[in-house]
Design a protein around this ligand. Structure first.
Ligand code: SF4
Length: 319
């Protein structure tokens, strides 16, 4: 298996030649470059114009469309930003933008216009972030987000969590990552050792939108994460053309549960500019969600959630 660092570097540099298979729109590409690991390129069914992986990962000419409701920061991250790396929106937990990179650039990403350069917490700025968390004893959970926090080296992650676990009020480490499905090589022994030995409660929220993303290697990586004692949840984004059908979502819930992962959130699309073609109208989303409830046991039905800037929690808009 190729080393994950090489895979990531190649994906970030675009040298794995997405363009060989796919006519790249220069404007879309310059707004938000295509970053796709080789394993994901290999999983695309090029004969299917509606392949769910291609729709999520390959730039489209539709990204040039400007939507009247589109925003650069649809969830109000900038207003909730406290200092480098910390976003504090909700009681008891803070989000730490630990990395400005992802292993894949999802075309619908609500942070596709996010200014990571000024907002993420590179290693030398963790001191400020740790200070912020230390001062507020109500913070019991730190959420590593990004970007994708697992693009950081295990040594860096360990340095960070060593400081977090020294704070008596911090009990839980939550990691939001798309990497177990898109770059499963990253779930290697050093990472698993670090996760196994950290004394914090550990939650990982995977980001999977379609059953096709759960390859055999992804399944093996998820199994190892379970073995390291993590609680595994999944969040999806409801995306037009990708997973806006009851059967697709039900198949995903079953496939996740087969792998020991519980569906957590189904996010209504955040109206980020240049990705409006992915939006499923709320009424339709609620109808799909209602049908999903009729098809699945409650524990396999993710909450349909909407993020309203300024609200003190996510808004559940279940059908
Ligand atoms: S992995 Fe997450 S943060 Fe990165 S581009 Fe995809 S949705 Fe956005």
């Amino acid at each position: 298996m190729t080393d994950w660092r090489t895979e990531l570097k190649t994906a970030l540099s675009g040298q794995n030649h997405v363009a060989i298979h796919h006519p790249m729109d220069a404007a879309a590409q310059s707004m938000f470059p295509a970053v796709v690991p080789s394993s994901q390129i290999a999983m695309i069914d090029w004969a299917d114009a509606n392949d769910p992986l291609a729709l999520q990962f390959l730039p489209s000419t539709k990204e040039k469309d400007v939507h009247p409701d589109g925003l650069a920061d649809p969830v109000g991250d900038m207003n909730a930003s406290q200092q480098h790396g910390i976003i504090h929106k909700y009681h008891g937990r803070v989000l730490l933008i630990a990395s400005g990179s992802c292993a894949v650039n999802c075309r619908y990403c609500f942070r596709r216009h996010f200014d990571y350069q000024s907002q993420y917490a590179p290693r030398h700025q963790w001191r400020g972030a740790i200070k912020y968390i230390a001062k507020d004893p109500s913070i019991h959970e730190v959420i590593l987000s990004g970007g994708d926090p697992l693009t950081l080296s295990t040594d860096k992650l360990k340095t960070l969590t060593d400081q977090l676990q020294a704070l008596p009020h911090v009990k839980t480490l939550r990691i939001h990552s798309r990497i177990p499905s898109v770059l499963p090589e990253r779930i290697d022994e050093p990472l698993l050792d670090w996760l196994t030995t950290t004394p914090l409660n550990k939650v990982m929220v995977l980001h999977t939108n379609h059953k096709r993303e759960l390859s055999d290697t992804a399944t093996a990586a998820i199994e190892q994460l379970r073995g390291a004692g993590l609680t595994l949840l999944n969040q999806s984004v409801l995306l037009k053309g990708v997973n806006d059908s009851v059967d697709t979502l039900a198949d995903l819930s079953h496939a996740l549960f087969d792998r020991g992962v519980l569906p957590y959130y189904l996010h209504q699309f955040d109206r980020v500019q240049n990705a409006g073609h992915f939006e499923v109208p709320l009424q339709q989303a609620q109808k799909i969600h209602h049908q999903l409830q009729q098809k699945l046991p409650g524990y396999l039905v993710p909450k349909l959630a909407l993020e309203v800037p300024g609200e003190s929690s996510k808004t559940w808009v279940n059908g």
